[in-house]
Design a protein around this ligand. Structure first.
Ligand code: FES
Ligand SMILES: [Fe+2]
Length: 389
């Protein structure tokens, strides 16, 4: 990091101290008991329906970076929720999200993944909307006498730009979403990352043949690193030495680099956090901000069926690479993460393939697979109406 104040937060100091403590004690960070998670959590269609209708309708999900909507006229669309979404940056400077559905007879307004426009015109009968959602024009309007145009604007969804990321709540809400209170436990760290000013180096979307839960779980523990990622991620980190802070429902999961152990001999006032950890920040229900020492991956997992999901990822770097060396460096990191994620996908698709084999009535979460415990409990609480934004 350049130009950064080296002082660390109390939270980061705790993460370093806890990492050093467990290393010294030759143990790892754990919850008290093993958990047997019933297989129905992954197979029951009612469970799946409840997850979609609650987790993927009423909670903020990251769908882009602020640079996707940098100028008035910019728009993006999103289709994976099963609810077509249009997000615009209107001439008045505001970012808004709408259902991408015409108010005449429901046609999809635009199929473009992104674009620039002054107005959006429906392909069916050309009803035209401005980017603030107002219905501006009806061709041959004499056939719609008495229709109040002001009541036929696009239907708005909650959308937020926080930490440089675009978060959308994919259904109409009857109350105001208090996004700042929701994100507060992560705010100090996220603000420090300055993601608004970063460059989206790569962006990709993959469709996978597995429950979204298996992909989620791949990011909630580091026990698998030295097995599933034996030749890739394993060497980069201390084996199974993560420390997790449960903000219920969000979780900060700190995975130490081997060199963190050198901090034992250094004055704590000189400790740096970011250069010594990979941090997997889980922001409920399916958002991850994965902070590497000098770049960031933002990933979101969205279910598209009980046994399928979509993985969307952005790689953020501080600036457009200025030299060939920098370009090569980030390309190498990108290639590596694609490989590491692919290793996770292969495992997840394998779990899905054997899910109905009868081998397991439940999956066992070990005591150091802390994030799995926290994650399942949070999902259960949200489905019971105990967690709301
Ligand atoms: S459905 Fe859009 S103009 Fe008719
Ligand atoms: Fe993994």
């Amino acid at each position: 990091m350049t130009g950064r104040d080296m002082s660390i937060s109390a939270e980061e100091r705790y993460l370093i101290e806890e990492t050093l403590r467990i290393a010294e004690a030759r143990t790892t960070h754990m919850v008290p008991e093993v958990m047997d998670n019933p297989i129905a959590k992954y197979t029951d269609p009612k469970q799946y329906e409840a997850e979609v209708n609650t987790l993927f309708r009423n909670f903020p999900i990251i769908i882009g970076h602020v640079s996707d909507l940098a100028e008035p006229g910019d728009f993006i669309t999103h289709d994976h929720f099963g609810v077509p979404i249009l997000v615009t940056h209107a001439q008045d400077g505001n970012v808004r999200a709408f259902l991408n559905v015409c108010r005449h007879r429901g046609a999809k307004l635009t199929k473009e993944p992104c674009g620039k426009a002054r107005t959006i015109s429906c392909p069916y009968h050309a009803w035209t909307y401005s980017l603030d959602g107002k219905l501006r024009g009806i061709p041959q309007a004499f056939g719609f006498d008495g229709v109040d145009k002001s009541k036929r604007g696009l239907v708005e969804l909650p959308v937020f730009n926080r930490f440089g990321l675009i978060w959308v709540v994919p259904s109409v809400q009857d109350h105001t979403i208090d996004i700042d209170t929701w994100l507060q436990p992560m705010a100090e760290q996220m603000t420090g990352l300055d993601m608004s000013n970063q460059h989206v180096y790569r962006k990709w979307t993959l469709e996978k043949k597995m429950s979204w839960r298996f992909l989620l779980e791949a990011f909630q523990e580091s026990y698998h690193f030295c097995y599933a990622h034996r030749d890739t991620a394993c060497a980069g980190y201390l084996d199974n030495q993560s420390v997790q802070i449960n903000f219920d429902p969000h979780v900060r999961h700190a995975v130490p680099l081997p060199k963190v152990l050198d901090l034992r001999d250094q004055n704590p006032d000189t400790w740096d956090y970011r250069s010594n950890f990979m941090t997997q920040n889980y922001i409920f229900p399916a958002n991850f901000v994965q902070v590497m020492t000098d770049h960031i991956y933002i990933h979101t997992i969205i279910p598209t069926g009980i046994d399928t999901c979509v993985f969307q990822c952005m790689m953020l770097i501080n600036e457009v690479p200025q030299t060939e060396k920098a370009e090569r460096y980030f390309q190498k990191n990108y290639d590596l993460i694609r490989q590491v994620f692919e290793e996770d996908f292969e495992i997840g698709e394998g779990i899905q393939a054997g899910l109905h084999s009868g081998a397991n009535t439940g999956f066992i979460f070990g005591t150091y697979e802390c994030g799995l415990h926290f994650g399942q409990k949070a999902i259960d609480a949200a489905l019971a109406g105990k967690i709301r934004v």
